[in-house]
Design a protein around this ligand. Structure first.
Ligand SMILES: [Zn+2]
Length: 424
């Protein structure tokens, strides 16, 4: 595997090492078990991995010598002396998680434990193109590092979620509808010019959110679940056997363009009646504005008046809360359409959890209730027996936490084994 730094040959890491770092498969397993369970004693690592005590001793010696792990104090005792607990050395390196939206850039800087040490948000217009947006990202991160006294060469990974279809193996956006000038732009190369030691992993924003739920949210007890983002568009991240399922080209889960009504309105993709054209945020807002124009006595009309003739999906949620009948009807109809499409997915995929996230997901309890009804009404009884359908508990944090998880997953690769990612 070219381009990797062989960490496992005994030298201490220094500022010139660059990620991804190759680990032996035993060391990689120990690293993975602490990532999953948090700080563990040697005995606990041996329990999780199934390795003998003597093997664990040598594995942990290697990892502590390299500076990847450190002892952080005493764990729970089972009667005898309290065992030393191991965790990642926070200063081994740092990671950047980026959640890029059409109009916002959310960035988190974490230490090697994945703990956030700096967080920032910036308004952007993604249509300004990659040079403008990525230069801003670069400058924001550099400024933060200067403030904190951290060198750019200590950034070992960037995880970046973008609002468009990504070919995961190359990290390139392919025909992104809302990011036209980003087509095939080399995001990795751009970032690595300033952060030469970092591996840069780019993925679709919904996959990144699903990963955030899997690692840090309510998905962590579920091996098979679907995360649905409802915002300006509609998309799904699929978790299969505890991993993100991306499909053969990386565009699995693009459920927004499933036909939900053959007599429906045209979609920006060129087809008719796509779920996205019927049930996403802009349509909810458009329907509400039509209704408000037809009936000036409603809460919706009052809100529209106050906002220079404009309404958003969020306003429809507020009007519904105040008892506006039509607002409630619009929300229920949108939820029902989404639920019906999800019923097909539940029948096909048999997940144990469906999580609804994105900007439109919290426009009122009617929305989730209608999605639930739509799914339960149309799914087979066996597939919904243990099915949980809920809104994402992580809310706005899920994108940036998922981006950090993406970065953490790719800092190490398994030497002589099944590398998940190869630096270009
Ligand atoms: Zn479409």
């Amino acid at each position: 595997l070219k381009g990797q730094t062989a960490l496992a040959n005994g030298q201490k890491p220094n500022a010139l090492l660059s990620a991804p770092f190759a680990l032996g498969s035993s060391e990689a397993q120990a690293v993975a078990s602490i990532r999953k369970h948090g700080p563990l004693s040697r005995t606990e690592i041996a329990d999780v991995t199934g390795y003998s005590r003597s093997k664990i001793t040598s594995v942990i010696n290697t990892l502590t010598h390299l500076g990847v792990l450190e002892e952080i104090g005493d764990g729970e005792s089972n009667g005898g002396r309290r065992p030393r607990v191991l965790n990642f050395c926070p200063e081994f390196g740092y990671l950047v998680g980026v959640d890029m939206g059409a109009t916002s850039l959310d960035v988190a800087l974490t230490n090697f434990n994945g703990q956030i040490i700096y967080r920032l948000s910036h308004v952007i217009d993604v249509r300004q193109g990659p040079e403008v947006v990525l230069s801003l990202l670069r400058d924001l991160v550099l400024e933060t590092l200067t403030q904190l006294g951290i060198q750019a060469s200590k950034i070992y990974a960037f995880g970046i979620g973008v609002p468009g279809p990504v070919e995961f193996s190359t990290g390139l956006l392919i025909a992104p509808p809302i990011m036209p000038r980003w087509e095939a732009f080399p995001i990795r190369t751009f970032i690595q010019e300033t952060f030469p030691c970092a591996i840069v992993v780019v993925d679709n924003d919904v996959n990144v959110m699903a990963l955030g739920e899997l690692r840090a949210g309510s998905g962590n007890n579920h091996e098979n679940f679907i995360f649905v983002k409802v915002g300006t568009g509609i998309g799904a991240g699929i978790v299969c056997n505890g991993q993100i399922y991306r499909g053969s080209n990386g565009c699995a889960g693009d459920i927004g363009h499933i036909c939900a009504d053959r007599n429906g309105p045209p979609c920006h993709c060129g087809n008719i009646g796509c779920l996205e054209a019927i049930a996403a945020g802009p349509t909810i807002a458009k329907r509400a504005m039509e209704a408000a124009r037809n009936d000036p006595d409603t809460v919706l009309a009052k809100f529209m008046d106050e906002q220079n003739g404009k309404l958003t999906a969020h306003d429809v949620g507020r009007a519904a809360m105040e008892g506006d009948r039509i607002a409630n009807e619009i929300i229920r109809e949108s939820g029902r359409m989404i639920g019906e499409v999800l019923a097909g997915l539940v029948n096909f995929y048999n997940p144990s959890l469906v999580l609804i996230g994105g900007g439109v997901s919290n426009i009122g309890h009617q929305f989730l209730a209608s999605i639930r009804r739509g799914i339960l009404h149309r799914s087979l009884p066996l597939s919904t027996r243990h099915l949980r359908i809920d809104t994402s508990p992580m809310g706005a944090d899920v994108g940036v936490m998922g981006a950090i998880a993406l970065a953490l997953e790719h800092v190490f690769v398994v030497e002589n084994g099944h590398a998940k990612y190869v630096k270009p």
